[in-house]
Design a binder for this molecule. Structure first.
Ligand code: FES
Ligand code: FE2
Length: 433
């Protein structure tokens, strides 16, 4: 039996929560395979038969647009002898799925359509009327502002209840478009992290690490910015993306984090993303036309850097970035890094999202690479016998709690990790059937 009280204490956790296979399996069963998991964006599936394969916990799934226009999420498994129906990451399957083994065919909602020589089943308990002949579907599928989620559990909170305050991630992203919508850029960076998924989630709101981990990149970018200014030039915005990482400890400590129930959280804004140039002016004018000045300014003025949707999603809404985790083993996590276009804005504004995608979130940048190295080294340390506990003592006892929301006026507080482990304990406590 799992003794959670021996693993998670208010100010520290036992290292095995990052390394143990049985704990990982329970995370998959109790968290990923029960809660709402992000599958993709509606704009990935434009036509009937468009599909994308997606991993929900240990389950390979297919997200597909049906002939009725609805998006469904099905198990990627033929009901005959189990062969996966879709081998590609994305594509169009036409009006049916056809199994590559014995040609059973299925409608896009998973119902069986045809079985070769089906009279061979006469008199058996396997007939086309038997639901066991059809592809099993996710228990629930729902979307919010175009972002599609599925839950493998028929019970539990609704999508909006699950997202809670963290739904601002999608509002903030979409409201920045004068049409109120975004479209996915259908290419993602995929990174294999050699570390437990929790390293990524903790790191996203960890404001103590950037000025250390990303110092070399931040300082170098800052030098270039200064040089350009000395030459009378305005440095392009992308240098600012990098140079802010090298802000002082004190500056980082002044950035607030907000920690919601269920482990979700926000790191408030710290970058200036509203330069005074003609492209920005044109963009702001379009937002004023769409929403009126007051609402447009409210949308543009939201103080958000990251929104974290626990346990697997990090959304940088002001720059239309989304990173989703697909854990594969205690020490192996796949991350998918996506970005989006704001509908109805110029190419110049879109390029800002693309810069961030490539300069900060891509595996080829020094920023992501430096984080990845820390997490790998962290995993090695926790797999060693050098100590049993992971410390989350920073500012412990100094946080404010109101209505289940924990505020920390110290950006570098480890309130973030403590809040995530509160949620983790809730999930893990539930008995699996
Ligand atoms: S395994 Fe799919 S048709 Fe036989
Ligand atoms: Fe980082």
């Amino acid at each position: 039996m799992l003794r959670l009280d021996r693993l998670v204490e208010p100010d520290r956790v036992h290292r095995t929560v990052y390394t143990d296979q049985a704990i990982f399996d329970r995370e998959m069963a109790n968290m990923w395979e029960k809660t709402w998991v992000y599958c993709g964006h509606e704009s990935q599936l434009k036509k009937t038969g468009d599909y994308a394969t997606v991993q929900i916990g240990r389950q390979p799934m297919i997200m597909v647009r049906g002939s009725d226009g609805r998006i469904r999420v099905l198990h990627n498994r033929c009901p005959h002898r189990g062969v996966q129906l879709c081998g590609n990451r994305q594509g169009n399957t036409g009006s049916t799925f056809v199994c590559s083994y014995h040609a059973w065919t299925f409608h896009l909602d998973g119902k069986v359509k045809g079985i070769p020589l089906s009279h061979g089943y006469d008199g058996t308990r396997m007939s086309p009327q038997n639901p066991d002949c059809s592809v099993k579907a996710a228990a629930r599928v729902d979307s919010y502002r175009g972002f599609v989620f599925a839950s493998l559990s028929a019970t539990g909170p609704t999508l909006l209840e699950f997202l809670g305050e963290a739904k601002i991630a999608f509002d903030d992203m979409c409201d920045r478009s004068p049409q109120g919508e975004v479209e996915i850029v259908p290419i993602c960076h995929r990174v294999m992290q050699h570390s437990n998924w929790k390293f990524f989630m903790e790191n996203q709101l960890d404001a103590l690490h950037p000025s250390v981990t990303h110092q070399s990149t931040g300082v170098a970018a800052g030098r270039v910015e200064r040089k350009l200014r000395e030459q009378g030039e305005q440095p392009p915005l992308y240098y600012h993306y990098l140079s802010t990482f090298a802000s002082s400890f004190e500056q980082w400590d002044s950035v607030q984090t907000v920690n919601f129930p269920r482990g979700h959280g926000i790191l408030k804004g710290y970058m200036g993303l509203r330069p005074d140039d003609p492209d920005t002016k044109e963009y702001v004018a379009a937002l004023y036309r769409a929403y009126g000045e007051m609402r447009a300014e409210e949308y543009l003025g939201r103080s958000i850097h990251h929104v974290l949707i626990y346990p697997y999603l990090s959304v940088q809404s002001p720059l239309q970035q989304l990173r989703v985790l697909r854990p594969l083993a205690p020490n192996k996590t796949l991350s998918e890094i996506w970005h989006f276009r704001l509908k109805g804005v110029s190419q110049a504004i879109y390029r800002r999202a693309l810069w961030y995608f490539n300069l900060v979130n891509s595996p080829a940048t020094m920023i992501n690479a430096d984080d990845l190295e820390n997490w790998t080294k962290g995993q090695w340390g926790l797999e060693s016998d050098g100590g049993d506990w992971v410390s989350f003592h920073r500012n412990h006892g100094g946080d404010t709690r109101e209505g289940g929301v924990t505020f920390s006026n110290n950006g570098t507080s480890e309130a973030v990790m403590r809040s995530q482990f509160e949620a983790w304990t809730q999930y893990m406590r539930e008995e699996t059937p």
